[in-house]
Design a protein around this ligand. Sequence first.
Ligand code: HEM
Length: 557
Amino acid sequence: MLNWNSTDTHPPIPEISASLPYALGLSLSLLAFLYLRSLATWNTRSRRLSTPPGPRSLPFFGNALDMPKAKQWEGFRDLCAKYGDILCLHVFTQPVVVLGSADVIVEYLDKRSANTSDRKQTASLKLMGYDTSFGLMPYGPEWKLRRRAFWQHFSPTAVGNYQNIQRETTRTFLRTLLEHSRDIDIERHLTKSVATTLLRVLYGIETQNDIDEAVAAIQGGLEGGRQVLVSGGFLVDFFPILRYSPSFVPFQRRFAKWRTGLERLMNTPFACYQAAAEKLGDDAPPCVVGGVITSLLKDDQEKEHVADIEFIAKRIAVDSMEAGTDSVTLFILPYLEQWSDRANLQTVSTLTTVLLAMSLYPNIQKKAQAELDAVVGPDRFPDFSDRDLLVYIDAIIKEALRWMPSAPLGLTHCTRNDDELRGYFIPAGTVLMANIWACLRDPEAYENPEEFHPERFLRDGKLDPSVRDPSDFIFGFGRRTCPGRHFGLAALFINVASVLHTFNISRPLDDCGREIVIEPRMANGFVSHPEDSRVQLKPRSPEAEALILRSTGGAIA
Ligand code: HEM
């Protein structure tokens, strides 16, 4: 033992110096051994195939600095043009593979989805309480159980049950457009309309007080998820050790706030459902939450897991709100932001894309209205039963989904096992991103892709099956394909057809009454939308106005 107070004339330093080379040698040998062993393991795993090409990565950072900062879909398109349709980047130590063309996306995410349907459970998702969301859960039995329960209520047959609610809320929305047609904040009302539809479908909530309370809960509840999706992750996701930081550290405080918000969202509308169920018994309005509880209880032989089952039902309802990117997150959040910060309001949705396109392309609008006049006529609203005959409306919706896809990069998938794709090694745990926007703007599939041109989907007055259908891309892929798509498309159809049937849409005017020129550009973010979607709406005719008034309780007070 070293004794620094010793009077010994032989200081200990020379002894340490003598053993230092051995210690150093030993450490270097150990490092070399570990390096060679991991190299051998890597060679065995990869069968000496290389990972896909990509920019040269830096020590420690990898390609973190190469990741496109804004409108990532455009940056990835440029990187794919340089390195190929299968692009590999390392964000610190996390491998990320970007799939840049339709055929490679279909081949890997659709046809080989047994290995590519996993999700990465990041540290930030756990810290926010989002790890229990089935849309973000890893592939496995728990995810399967939740998805099956969800699908029972959102299959093509099941969504037929919500047509009444969708019809009613669309008409209330038209009435609002009419009442405020001079000074309309269309996005706010549209968002409220969709929020109301969902709260009725999911929880059977109908009274205004309950809706207001539930909508307020949504504000805090979805904020965390949105932040993680918009930012693409936090530092704690790449350095998970940080999650053990003390609770007073600012990022921990933010996560705690989001967690509390999520708990409130889980509990507030659910309490409204429970109160109605207790008060009204069998007369309570049917809803998804009630349906999930009943069917899981039926399957649960021991009847001992009521709390777990209630949790699953609550969570599925919240999943519906957070995962329905376009119709839900995109519709609801901007509405709520408006409450907290008016200036920040940036409203988004495929419907606002349609309205913007209609104001920019008046001839397309006229053609759509001519179809509505011929099929529906002036005395009634378009209905779900008209859908097959309203082919041009269908083409407009497809074109809006293609022109400005609301989730241009979809939701990331992840590989479960080591794999090979077109001669490249893809390690287990690789994050997979599909550049959906690039497929929908591919000039080989769509001539003049920047133009809004619904006719591209039509041949001889019918939908042309040989044209790539945007729905095959914008709803995601393989076993993770959006299970809410039939509900989302039905909502889009009834809203687009009803608004076009009753209103003329034109460019907005400035204070001097001159038309404002709007550049159709997509905003930045994980979920995108038109950067500026201002339009002007006027009832198409006195008959259209009377139709709206008749269906919603008479004259304006
Ligand atoms: C036009 C409207 C919508 C669009 C464009 C859309 C798009 C998407 C996309 C891109 C995904 C990720 C798929 C993947 O991982 O490959 C997804 C997942 C999901 N969506 Fe939608 N969605 C829409 C509406 C909805 C609605 C209305 C609901 C609920 C009522 C919903 C519920 C879900 C759920 C639960 C998931 C997660 C599925 C899973 O991970 O297994 N979506 N959606």
